[in-house]
Design a protein around this ligand. Structure first.
Ligand code: 5GP
Ligand code: MN
Length: 336
């Protein structure tokens, strides 16, 4: 879609609407979803946000968070809402695989599907699309959708602004990634002017950890970080047993991979975690190094150039070894 006219008409009268976002939602996923929710309810729509999985404690304070349905806890109700929805907004993901079991429910649903996203190569399942890989966050696209495409900047109230600011702040690494353009700062300024309390939001997201999470970070950096200077790469790997030992819950490992890149000279960081049903990889890189290519080629995943992810069904040790074996293939790009 970049032409939004049909949606403007569709949203002119109250509709049954579902908003969904990716598995293990992050700040942008929840911020975009609740930002759009808080906009649409002002227009009289009946809206439900359904997440395919739970999400971190430090994101559970956003305005109207209590109305979010977590699919595994409300399967029947979610299935009914998806089937009955006239419009389904799919935010911050590019393939229905990213919403697990809900993917087939959404695919089969009769409602019109709207994709708003900033990931590469979206799957063709949508009816309308507002998509740009140049956006630093899906929340930026939601801002543009409301303010520019729908022409309703006055509906960006404090609740909407708080959610969208959270999405932009988290996906831009607190305004430090190179996706942070002058426009991103201008949008952030508008959101603060509309009521987003920037300092408070930052503290709610980043200064809201449990003691065990902080100790876990210390443990991981001291004992689980392997640095491969010759490849300008570093790996942090975490086993199921370690997750249990430190009582790690959803979101507690978020941001850990970024520590790899804080080491002088390191250009590629990988966090490899043994989850109950698979091994999950999170990659981060700097400059032109395409972390998403490694994920796509070897780990059934994808993502952005500098932030990508994937998975493997092999045991943790094998995945770590696979990753190490892959490094020489990328040596020339990594050391340039
Ligand atoms: P994270 O490392 O924070 O889990 O994910 C970083 C980015 O990588 C996400 O924004 C998403 O674009 C991408 N990503 C993570 N896991 C997967 C995956 O399993 N498949 C795909 N296609 N992309 C992923
Ligand atoms: Mn995002």
């Amino acid at each position: 879609m970049q032409d939004v006219t049909p949606l403007k008409q569709l949203l002119a009268y109250p509709k049954q609407i579902v908003i969904t976002t990716h598995h293990k939602p992050d700040g942008d996923a929840i911020g975009s979803s609740l930002g759009l929710y808080n906009y649409l309810i002002q227009k009289g729509h009946h809206v439900t946000v359904i997440t395919p999985s739970d999400y971190p404690f430090f994101l559970q304070w956003l305005p109207n968070n209590t109305h979010v349905l977590v699919y595994p806890d409300h399967k029947d109700e979610s299935a009914r809402l998806i089937a009955e929805a006239e419009l389904i907004f799919c935010l911050d993901f590019n393939t229905l695989k990213r919403i697990g079991d809900m993917g087939e429910l959404v695919r089969a649903a009769e409602g019109k599907k709207v994709l708003i996203d900033h990931h590469l190569e979206p799957e063709d399942f949508d009816d309308y699309r507002y998509w740009s890989i140049n956006a630093c966050a899906t929340a930026q696209l939601i801002y543009e959708f409301i303010a520019l495409k729908m022409g309703e900047p006055e509906l960006i109230n404090k609740d909407v602004a708080t959610c969208l600011y959270t999405g932009i702040m988290t996906d831009s690494g607190s305004f430090r990634f190179d996706t942070t353009t002058p426009d991103v700062h201008r949008i952030a300024a508008d959101l603060i002017a509309a009521g987003a309390e920037n300092s408070k939001i930052h503290a709610l997201v980043y200064d809201n950890f449990s003691e065990s999470r902080v100790r876990f970070i210390g443990y991981a950096l001291l004992n689980k970080l392997e640095v491969f200077e010759e490849y300008k790469a570093a790996i942090i790997s975490i086993s199921k047993e370690e997750l249990l030992r430190f009582n790690i819950t959803t979101g507690d490992t978020e941001g850990l991979v970024n520590y790899a890149l804080t080491i002088n000279g390191i250009r590629l960081g990988a966090l490899i975690i043994e989850r109950p049903d698979m091994v999950k990889l999170s990659l981060r890189s700097t400059g032109d190094f395409p972390a998403n290519e490694i994920c796509k080629k070897y780990f059934n995943g994808g993502g952005h150039k500098n932030a990508a992810g994937g998975m493997s069904e092999k045991p943790l040790d094998e995945v770590i070894n696979d990753f190490k074996r892959i490094l020489p293939e990328y040596k020339t790009i990594l050391i340039q």
